[in-house]
Design a protein around this ligand. Structure first.
Ligand SMILES: [Zn+2]
Length: 242
C-alpha cells in the first residue's frame, strides 16, 4: 500500500502556522507531498486567514525540494450547482461544471499564466469540490494538462488520454492495497489533526510516496480496471445510503 499526501487550498491567505509545522515534519521525514495551489484565490473564507507576501517564493522553494505543485482550480469560487450531474457524482457546487468550454479554457490558461510568471511548472490539476464536467477535461487537455488528482480506483489509471490519480476518502483511511491519496485541508487542521498526521508519518513514512512514484503505479490492466469500477460502485452506493 502506498500513500500520496495531497494538500488542498494552498493560497496566499491560509493557516501558515500549521503549514510551517507541517513543512518541518515533512523535512524531518523526507516526505514529498502534492500541494494544490489556488493561483488566483477569491474565496472569502480563505481570505480571512493571514497572508504571506512572499507566497510565490515559498511555492518555488517547495518545488525545488521536490514537492509536487498542482493547480487547484483558478479562483476557488465554487457556486455553480451541479444537480449531481458532475462527472464523479459528488454532487456539490462547482467552479467549472456547466461553464462553456471556452470559458473553462480561459480560466485554466489564466491560472497557468500566473504559475508561469512565478516560474512554477504545472502538469496536474484538481478542481475545487471534486466537480468536473466533460468540458473541464477537454479544457485541461487544450491547456496541456493531462493529469488529474481525483477519480475512483485503487491505483492511477488512464481514461480518454488523461491520467487519473484517485482520491477516495475525506478522512485518513487506508485500504491495504494500491495507492491512496489523502485529502488534507490544512486550514481546518487543529492540534489533534496535526498529531494524527505526525503519527501517520512516523508509522508509515516508508509507504508515503512522491507524486513521481505515485505515477509509476499507473495500471490499465484488466484486473485493475475491474477493481477501479468496483471501487466506483461501492463509493457511489455508500454516498447514496449515508
Ligand atoms: Zn479546495
Amino acid at each position: 500500500m502506498k500513500i500520496l499526501l495531497r494538500f488542498d487550498d494552498i493560497a496566499e491567505n491560509m493557516n501558515w502556522d500549521m503549514m510551517d509545522k507541517c513543512e518541518n515534519l515533512f523535512d524531518q521525514y523526507n516526505i514529498k507531498p502534492l500541494m494544490g495551489v489556488i493561483p488566483h484565490n477569491q474565496d472569502l473564507t480563505l481570505k480571512s486567514f493571514p497572508k504571506r507576501d512572499d507566497f510565490w517564493k515559498i511555492i518555488k522553494s517547495w518545488q525545488e525540494k521536490g514537492w509536487e505543485i498542482s493547480m487547484h482550480g483558478y479562483n476557488h469560487l465554487y457556486n455553480k450547482k451541479t444537480h449531481k450531474k458532475d462527472y464523479f457524482k459528488y454532487g456539490g457546487a462547482s467552479e467549472f461544471f456547466g461553464e462553456p468550454l471556452d470559458l473553462q479554457v480561459e480560466k485554466i490558461n489564466k491560472g497557468l499564466e500566473i504559475f508561469k510568471k512565478n516560474k512554477i511548472k504545472i502538469r496536474s490539476f484538481f478542481a475545487p469540490n471534486h466537480t468536473y464536467d466533460t468540458n473541464t477535461f477537454l479544457a485541461l487537455k487544450k491547456s496541456g494538462i493531462f493529469e488529474i488528482i481525483d477519480g475512483y480506483g485503487l491505483r492511477p489509471y488512464t481514461h480518454d488520454n488523461i491520467k487519473f490519480i484517485p482520491q477516495l476518502f475525506y478522512k485518513l483511511f487506508f485500504l491495504p492495497i494500491g495507492l491512496q491519496t489523502t485529502q488534507i485541508h490544512l486550514n481546518e487542521m487543529n492540534e489533534k489533526d496535526f498529531n494524527n498526521l505526525t503519527s501517520l508519518i512516523k508509522e508509515k513514512n516508508q509507504n508515503i510516496v512522491s507524486y513521481n512514484d505515485a505515477l509509476k503505479l499507473l495500471s490499465d490492466g484488466k484486473i485493475d480496471k475491474i477493481l477501479n469500477k468496483l471501487v466506483y460502485y461501492i463509493l457511489i452506493l455508500k454516498r447514496k445510503i449515508f
